[in-house]
Design a binder for this molecule. Structure first.
Ligand SMILES: Nc1ncnc2c1ncn2[C@@H]1O[C@H](COP(=O)(O)OP(=O)(O)O)[C@@H](O)[C@H]1O
Ligand SMILES: [Mg+2]
Length: 238
């Protein structure tokens, strides 16, 4: 199994707020790795630091063997990493098709754009039915599907998803998680951030628990599910 992403002891700040206090994690090619933790623990900040939206004050982010800690998001995206942010970030006044085309902004070959759009539709047939509908008029679940499908337009080696289940009805949460698993089985490596620890650990291979900017536990997903502390704090099992 080869190492795809290596986060080494990163420290990130918002002004004076020390949000990440030495976070380290790895993602191997082919894995689903999940980062779980409560609200405000530093999950989104970790993804933002990896994708270059924030630069760490200390520590390194190494992707495909290259130190990317000082690179900007547009350069990082081109090297094969896609970050689907919390809150989805789709364009409400553009149609589904236009949103997907925007996702492929660096792809010049229009045939390839069409192929990738069809690949996304194979996971989300609902989006194909709504191809000319404005993003802002889609339901929450459909917007999440669009955000993921847009991420797929760049054919990422690493797909990072920030709380894809947030705000979705339970049945849609299951659907989204099934699709994440399927995407992984088709070859996409995934770093999944979730407050919904139970669902995340049900599809992940390995996981990390983050608490106030520090990784407190890491193990296989199966062991984390069986860990008493994790059960108490994150799985609602006492
Ligand atoms: N834009 C921001 N400005 C200032 N502080 C922030 C900002 N975003 C997050 N924080 C703070 O950083 C910490 C980690 O936040 P975040 O990474 O969003 O947590 P999570 O995604 O786990 O809920 C929290 O204390 C939060 O209040
Ligand atoms: Mg967050």
């Amino acid at each position: 199994m080869s190492l795809l992403l290596q986060v080494e002891n990163i420290h990130s700040f918002y002004g004076q707020i020390h949000a990440l206090k030495g976070v380290s994690l790895t993602v191997n090619e082919g894995e689903i790795v999940t980062l779980i933790g409560s609200n405000g623990a530093g999950k989104s900040t970790t993804l933002r630091t990896i994708s270059g939206m924030i630069h760490p004050k200390k520590g390194k982010v190494i992707f495909q063997g290259e130190d990317i800690s000082k690179k900007d998001p547009h350069e990082i995206v081109q090297s094969g990493m896609v970050h689907v942010p919390e809150g989805r970030g789709i364009f409400p006044t553009l149609t589904v098709k236009e949103n997907l085309e925007m996702g492929a902004f660096t792809v010049k070959d229009s045939k390839l754009v069409e192929e990738r759009m069809e690949y996304g539709f194979s996971f989300f047939p609902r989006l194909k039915e709504r191809i000319d509908q404005f993003g802002g008029t889609l339901s929450g679940g459909e917007q999440q599907m669009l955000a993921i499908a847009r991420g797929l337009m760049l054919n990422p080696r690493l797909l990072m998803l920030d709380e894809p289940s947030m705000g979705l009805a339970p049945i849609l949460v299951e659907l989204i998680f099934d699709i994440i698993k399927e995407l992984n089985q088709q070859g996409t490596t995934i770093l999944l951030v979730e407050q919904n620890a139970l669902m995340a650990l049900s599809i992940a291979h390995r996981g990390y628990v983050i608490q106030t900017g520090e990784i407190t536990v890491t193990d296989s997903a199966a062991n984390l599910r069986g860990n008493k502390e994790v059960q108490k704090a994150y799985l609602g099992i006492s």
